[in-house]
Design a protein around this ligand. Structure first.
Ligand code: ARG
Ligand code: ZN
Length: 845
């Protein structure tokens, strides 16, 4: 049954305090709760107490000390309650060890841990498990684990027990408990107001040495939030725990963040530059949630983007400040297009704020997170930096302690800046990616840009109204000088013109600078014009974008017309490679080719049915041509970009390694793998070791290197995840299913561990040509595994069904095979609600 936004009603009770006692036992943990309720003055009065609860064994319940016998069903219980305030007490039994869904209280390698967002707390005890019910929690943990943690501040510790107190009212989804044989990597931070905070990162013994970078990122995040947003931390301790079995990236539980260990643990030998970057970004993200998510939370789960869009936006700003804004923006847009545009242009398209769901876990999507962040970026562009800061100050002041809505959020911008945001709100309500087309006109010194916007129909939304689109534009004159600097055009109508005066020569426009709105810009451009912008644009994003568009044009013509790549493209690429004034990280991005999935999406958008094998072939052929044409300059770059001395994860060193790897990937096509082999043997860091290994595997010469890599790293599961992912992800199209099948037979394929499952099955699904092998073998293999995993772990299964979300794009034969796989999943007996909703939407959307 679907939950609807329009049906929101406040909970009839408020909570004055929660006390929980956990008596830990792997298969029979007792949870004793005492909750003070009183009638909610803002809700219709009720004498019925309804509490959520799933998979709980109720031992006893009492109201005001009197035993009661509530009516219990599969989703909770109902109980008659007296008028006025009352004390609810209950004792339940749960079994963490057999909890394979990794939601609620579960065990990971002997350690107890929790994941409650969105609705996991109901698997711990009976409770109004909804974000608008906020309460203070006092927690006592009884057990024999040396480290026993919960939210808030530590109160008392003794032999076999620990007590925690969280003074900040919070919804149940922010509850957390951890108990295990853990060691802390500790540090301190003093807030701007002088409050000392004890910082701890808890890991399994042996991993202590891999916490330095996460700790450093945490301290930088705390400082940054004080400076950029005036937000200080508000407890005596901030704890982070790394867990090996985790369905997602990390979780912002109040004062006790729980992380997938791959986003905490790093050493130069075991983590890549990309890993370091993700650790920094995710540590920041979870920390920033303390204000945007925890202090101000969501009224209901439809408002998820209120905390996620804003927190992603904040972590993107942070990473840009710490590294390079230009490079970060390009990375973010690459991700947005790869995941959110893909989602928004298929059957799973939904608004940033959805209006109905069956299983809320299915809405932790690229649209809610990444498009949600883009919407905030647009808002900031429209009101300016000062307006944004004023609005945010007002948001924190007005809503601290609230469970808020998107309406509240927009209202603070209206009140702080005087702007009417009624039309802007459509960004939260309309799904689909707007298409923007442009016409140009130049006469008598006046240059006119005429834009048209159109958003194609999406599931449940056949017609769209025009949106507010901030379009950043600059104009260059034909000799490459910028004649009109960055200007923000504000489009509000379906069709709208903007004029620029005093331009004697027809300018070359640079449109949608910085990717100022999450739209698809369709503008016919000649190769010369693109090459001109690649050479002269002062906006780094559009400079990169011009190069990317050139590469896509070339690849598209190779696929559809069997055309050979022309010299203009290769020359433009060579100029970028030779331009030593450009940041190496930027050059690496500008020299990289679009992914196969990106090409498939682009072709499909232009009305061409993508043939995955042809795309793969075109990419290979283009790489070969680039390797031949740019051999000299790339060889030079490969040598010059070597970073001397011990590994450091900073952006400058990482950028040089990225450019060096780009050169290596191309050069491997023509040097027989000689450089990659040498690099593989001598690398002293994972970035270079794995980069070399990928080249060797791609060349079909990875056999020995793979074996030695395995021998070297078999004790380190995070590195072995990479070993799995590389093989499934880089396998040649016709071998990918068989290679992955063999990997699933490997003794280290622990399919119940989400990271390991994703590193084999997920990596195959992202190997575009391999996934779409015409035999259908990969579709079948993935469907088999999803059917197997679903009864154990519905969340991870449901998420991975999105591998099939693009089935509409492809030819009839592939469509039939994908439908068959999806229907086989859909028809599985006892399929979870999570997976059921996803395959239903994918098939019928
Ligand atoms: N709030 C967490 C974060 O953004 C993610 C929680 C994901 N939960 C889920 N049910 N998928 O960091
Ligand atoms: Zn988040």
């Amino acid at each position: 049954r679907a939950v609807l936004l329009s049906e929101y009603a406040p909970y009839p009770f408020v909570i004055d305090g929660v006390q929980l006692t956990f008596r830990l036992h792997p298969t029979a943990t007792r949870v004793v709760s005492a909750i003070r309720f009183r009638p909610n003055p803002a809700a219709a009065p009720s004498r019925q107490l309804r509490l959520d609860g799933e998979g709980l064994t109720l031992i006893r319940a009492a109201i005001n000390g009197q035993e009661v016998t509530p009516k219990v069903d599969a989703s909770g219980l109902v109980c008659e309650v007296p008028e006025g305030e009352f004390l609810w007490e209950a004792e339940v039994e749960i079994s963490p060890e057999t909890n394979t869904a990794l939601e609620g209280l579960y065990m990971s390698k002997g350690m107890y841990c929790t994941q409650c967002e969105a609705e996991g707390f109901r698997k711990i005890t009976y409770y109004p498990d909804r974000p608008d019910v906020m309460a203070t929690f006092r927690v006592r943990i009884e057990g024999d684990k040396p480290v026993m943690l919960s939210n808030g501040n530590p109160v008392e510790f003794g032999e076999g027990f620990a007590e925690w107190d969280d003074p900040w009212p919070k919804p149940a989804y922010l509850f957390a408990l951890v108990a295990g044989d853990l060691v802390a990597h500790s540090d301190t931070f003093t807030t701007k107001s002088g409050l000392p905070v004890a910082l701890n990162i808890y890991v399994r013994p042996g991993d202590e040495a891999k916490c330095d970078y996460a700790m450093d990122a945490l301290k930088r995040s705390m400082k940054w939030d004080e400076e950029a947003y005036g937000r200080e931390y508000d407890l005596d301790v901030f704890n982070i725990v790394a867990v090996d079995d985790f369905n997602m990236g990390a979780m912002e539980n109040k004062g006790l963040n729980i992380f997938n260990s791959k986003y905490v643990l790093a050493s130069p030998e075991t983590a890549t530059d990309r890993d370091y970057e993700l650790i920094e970004g995710i540590i920041a993200h979870e920390y920033f949630h303390n204000w945007t998510g925890n202090r101000i939370t969501c009224r209901d789960w439809f408002q998820l983007c209120l905390k996620e869009g804003l927190t992603v936006f904040r972590d993107q700003e942070f990473s840009g400040d710490q590294r390079s804004h230009a490079v970060k923006r390009i990375d973010d847009v690459l991700m947005l297009r790869a995941r959110q545009f893909r989602e928004d242009n298929g059957p799973l398209s939904h608004p940033v704020r959805p209006s109905s769901y069956i299983e809320i876990n299915n809405f932790y999507t690229a649209t809610v997170y990444e498009k949600g962040a883009e919407v905030i970026g647009m808002l900031k562009r429209l009101v300016g930096d000062d307006g944004y800061r004023k609005a945010l100050d007002l948001y924190f002041e007005r809503h601290d302690g609230d469970a808020a809505t998107i309406e509240d959020w927009l209202k603070v911008f209206e009140d702080a800046t005087g702007r009417d945001l009624a039309q802007f709100k459509r960004w939260y309500e309309q799904s689909g990616t707007p298409r923007l087309t442009v016409k140009e006109d130049h006469a008598d010194g006046t240059y006119t840009l005429t834009f048209r916007q159109h958003t194609p129909p999406t599931p449940g939304q056949p017609d769209k109204a025009p949106q507010v689109i901030p379009i950043a534009v600059g104009l260059l004159n034909p000799n490459g000088d910028e004649v009109v600097p960055n200007t923000m055009l504000e489009m509000t109508e379906a069709e709208q013109s903007f004029t620029f005066e005093g331009l004697s020569a027809r300018p070359v426009p640079s449109i949608l600078r910085g990717f100022s709105a999450p739209v698809i810009l369709n503008r016919e451009m000649s190769t010369e014009e693109r090459a001109f912008l690649l050479a002269h644009d002062t906006d780094p994003f559009n400079k990169w974008e011009a190069g990317r568009a050139l590469a896509k044009d070339v690849l598209a013509r190779m696929v559809t017309e069997d055309a050979a790549p022309g010299p203009d493209y290769l020359d433009a690429l060579e100029r970028v490679a030779r331009d030593d004034a450009l940041d190496p990280a930027f050059r690496a991005l500008a020299l990289g080719l679009p992914s196969d999935d990106d090409m498939a999406q682009t072709l499909a958008d232009g009305g061409v049915t993508p043939d995955p094998l042809k795309i793969y072939g075109a990419r290979e052929a283009l790489m070969q041509r680039v390797a031949e044409h740019l051999n000299d300059v790339l060889s030079r770059l490969y040598d010059e970009m070597d970073v001397p001395g011990p590994y450091t994860p900073d952006a400058r060193a990482a950028g040089r390694r990225a450019l060096r790897q780009t050169a290596l990937t191309v050069l491997s096509r023509v040097d027989g793998g000689k450089r990659a082999q040498r690099q593989f043997e001598t690398a002293d860091n994972m970035t270079e070791q794995l980069g070399a290994l990928a080249c060797l595997v791609r060349l079909g010469r990875g056999e020995e290197a793979l074996a030695s890599f395995y021998r070297q790293w078999r004790h380190d599961h995070l590195v072995i995840d990479k070993w799995f992912a590389l093989q499934a992800g880089q396998a040649a199209p016709a071998d990918a299913a068989a290679v992955t099948k063999r990997l699933t037979e490997h003794p280290d394929f622990d399919w119940k561990n989400p990271n390991r499952f994703r590193s084999a099955i997920g990596a195959l699904g992202m190997n575009h040509a391999g996934f779409h092998d015409p035999s259908g073998a990969s579709y079948e293999l993935i469907a088999d595994w999803l059917i197997r995993l679903d009864p154990l772990n519905p969340q991870t299964t449901a998420r991975m069904t999105t591998l099939f979300e693009t089935w509409h794009r492809y030819d009839a034969d592939r469509q039939a095979l994908m439908r068959e796989a999806l229907e086989r999943i859909a028809n599985t007996e006892g399929l979870s609600r999570d997976t059921g909703e996803m395959v239903g939407r994918i098939l019928n959307g």
